[in-house]
Design a protein around this ligand. Sequence first.
Ligand SMILES: [Zn+2]
Ligand SMILES: [Zn+2]
Length: 340
Amino acid sequence: MDYLGEIIAVGIDSVIFGICLKQFFHCKNAVAAVKDAEFHEVGPQLGNLVNESVDNKVGYVAIRGIVKPLGKPLTSINNKRITGVVQKLKIKEHVVARTTAGFWSDQERTVHKVFNTVPFALEHGPYSVEILEPLSADILDMDVVSNTFEPTVPSFADHLWGFFTGVRQRGLQSTEELLREGALITGIGELSRTKSKTLTLQPPLNGTPFYLTSMSVSSLLKKLDDRKKTYRLLCFMFGAIGLLIGGILFRRYWKDRTEQRLAEELRQSLAASRKEGRQRVRDTDLREDQMCVVCRSNPREIILLPCGHVCLCEDCAENITNDCPVCRAPISQKAAAYIS
Ligand SMILES: [Zn+2]
Ligand SMILES: [Zn+2]
């Protein structure tokens, strides 16, 4: 394959372009949906809103309230005084690894990640809305309670091992994040009422993003809008790269084709001029036994082997490759015959 490199490049570029385009539309739809969402503090009006809606559901709404566990809260591992409702524990391993190019580069990989949750609600005075499936949120803002890095102290054996395996331990980073009890949070999602008359906020069924954020709606909008702009820029960039590689590919293909066509034309015109040259030197006043048996106009110029018949002109001999037209013997070779 002459164009394999370019085709692979176009393929990879299209995949990246596709991902960016998908993200761009995701952000664009999210911005439009959040802009349209009504904003309410948690309060008595939410109940009325649900009552007025079809089948007790409000498609997309932003509500703000204070995080309150419905039961016993989670306690931070690193600071017993801090309590919360969603906990994320993550352990990352930092290593220095030798790349295929032979350089050493810093790399990190998550070795352990765990979420703990307890049921909770957003509350304001006597009113509250229970939050369902908090881990499905597109944005879930949590506070970093602790972030520690324990460096590995390597022994001589570790150094030797690292040299041969190409991976050297640098240390372990542990982080703990918590959605804290008492935090002021804006939740954006679908509001509905359960059979037990509790108001709930959950991820919308139609795939519109669900947010649990400490930002205000306007900051969230700005963040989403920035993200949308970034993806738009990436789309333009990878689109342009794709067009460029495509253009180079097309130009190469076109050039190769033109060259092939020119070569074919040259070959044909050479053959035609050779034929014309032969015609010019030919004797036109021939006896019957001197004429080619096929066209009966040119002189006999070719000897067929092994039968030895001299019965064809050069023009006709070009088209006859199998059998001698006189004796039907198979032709193994042709040569010019000179009769003087
Ligand atoms: Zn002939
Ligand atoms: Zn023959």
